[in-house]
Design a protein. Structure first.
Length: 134
């Protein structure tokens, strides 16, 4: 979901989510705080991703806009083994958002990359279409 405002110069607010939360326990903590759990044979279900960024946009050659922003995000992997659910590789931290937006009449197409800099660098690509309310 993205909200943007401006003609030549403006701003944007972007929210990205996998709309899936963490289930079960953090396997990293379980290995160090409790008995050793062997995740071998587990099935990866999905990535958990949530992020929010805000930034500025400038029209390079109207109707093409360049966007750059900063924000905060969270990333993890969700797994299942037998009846047990757990997640791993859980990171959260500062992120940079770079993108472009092309406006055609009342519609737009946007895409870009979000780079999270936690203890590990995580890169996400995003593409979207939308409607401009005037």
């Amino acid at each position: 979901l993205m909200v943007a405002y401006g003609k030549r110069f403006g701003g944007f607010l972007r929210f990205n989510s996998s709309f899936r939360g963490k289930r079960g326990f953090d396997i990293e903590n379980y290995r160090t705080d409790g008995p050793l759990y062997n995740p071998a044979g587990a099935n990866k279900l999905y990535n958990i991703r949530t992020s929010i960024t805000a930034g500025a946009q400038i029209a390079i050659i109207p109707p093409l806009f360049f966007q750059v922003g900063v924000g905060y995000g969270e990333y993890a992997n969700q797994w299942k083994k037998s009846k047990d659910y757990f997640y791993s590789d859980s990171y959260n931290g500062f992120q940079l958002d770079f993108g472009a937006l092309y406006n055609f009449k009342n519609y737009y197409l946007n895409g870009g990359v979000i780079v999270m800099t936690a203890s590990k660098v995580i890169v996400d690509f995003h593409v979207g279409i939308g409607y401009v309310f005037k």
